[in-house]
Design a binder for this molecule. Structure first.
Ligand SMILES: *[C@@H]1O[C@H](CO)[C@@H](O)[C@H](O)[C@H]1NC(C)=O
Length: 307
């Protein structure tokens, strides 16, 4: 018996949606569909961009990166969550839990960086179009992409080194549907002060930094668009950044909704629902927004599907 206690003490019990019995079946159906749509939509975007040479521009390469992140981000959470959906909780080992937190944080950072680079790309394309080819050349884009991924994976490593040091002496039950960082900190008996301060400082620096870059880019973009004489040209310039702007608004909207109130005032039920907005909704929206509003992607998609 002692051995059993020991082994369960090494991992965590993930509660899942057991506290929402009435919502369970509809939630399962919605989440399964949204996961399948996320996979399908983002794969379609990546394949379409890959096979259409007219989409081989920095904007679409970074869009393809965004789709790739969305696939990783959702696949980090969904398969395990759906597989054990109707059980009264899932056991997760300490390592599995740390890996999930690691990839969760890495994908959020990376997505932020990619969205910022995409804003910069639109800024160069619209405000200084004559220098676009020299500024956003292949080498620069590859360097940017490598930098984004390296930073995302590294920042997350810093985090995980602090989190893996936490000790757990009381309850090992995580009231969430994955190994959520805030839920994890709630049950830890060591001080989480350093992690909280780090989250706050990094969150403010990175979010404000990327937000400032995006806002500055768009202020410049809008003022250039307003200077365009022909209304056709104005509309065309506007359309090329409308999809990106929509994605940015959704991403920051869902991120803000989880940060605006301190987590301690949330009930865990609310916390789960808020998490779903950036785990299930945002990754599914990106391909829809880009393919519905973008004539070039639609053209590429048609060509690809009729092949
Ligand atoms: C990400 O972007 C870089 C730079 O444009 C590109 O070379 C690379 O193929 C992209 N990766 C994916 C998975 O889309």
């Amino acid at each position: 018996m002692g051995g059993e206690n020991q082994s369960s003490a090494e991992g965590f019990l993930i509660v899942g949606f057991t506290d929402l019995p009435l919502l369970r079946v509809p939630l399962f159906v919605v989440l399964l569909l949204s996961y399948l749509m996320t996979l399908l939509g983002n794969l379609l975007i990546m394949v379409t961009i890959y096979y259409n040479s007219h989409l081989h521009t920095p904007m679409y390469f970074f869009l393809s990166n965004l789709s790739f992140i969305d696939i990783c981000h959702t696949s980090n959470i969904f398969p395990q969550m759906l597989a054990y959906f109707f059980q009264e909780g899932t056991h997760m080992s300490f390592i599995e839990c740390m890996l999930q937190v690691y990839f969760f944080i890495a994908s959020i950072f990376t997505e932020l960086f990619v969205l910022s680079v995409m804003a910069f790309d639109r800024y160069v394309a619209i405000c200084i179009p004559l220098r676009y080819m020299t500024i956003m050349n292949k080498g620069v884009c590859v360097q940017l992409a490598v930098g984004i991924w390296a930073f995302g994976l590294l920042f997350s490593l810093l985090y995980i080194s602090l989190i893996s040091d936490l000790t757990f002496c009381g309850s090992r039950t995580i009231n969430h549907f994955f190994c959520d960082l805030t839920a994890l900190m709630k049950i830890s008996c060591s001080s989480t002060r350093v992690i909280e301060v780090l989250t706050y400082v990094l969150g403010v620096i990175i979010t404000l930094g990327s937000f400032t870059l995006i806002i500055t880019s768009y202020i410049n973009i809008i003022s250039s668009i307003l200077k365009i004489k022909s209304s056709g040209g104005r509309q065309k310039a506007f359309l090329t950044c409308a999809s990106h702007l929509t994605v940015v608004v959704i991403f920051y909207g869902s991120a803000a909704s989880s940060y605006i109130r301190p987590t301690s005032t949330y009930s865990m039920k609310e916390n789960k629902m808020v998490s779903l907005s950036y785990i299930a909704v945002t990754p599914m929206c990106n391909p829809i927004i880009y393919s519905l509003k973008n004539a070039d992607v639609i053209k590429g998609l048609r060509k690809f599907l009729l092949l």
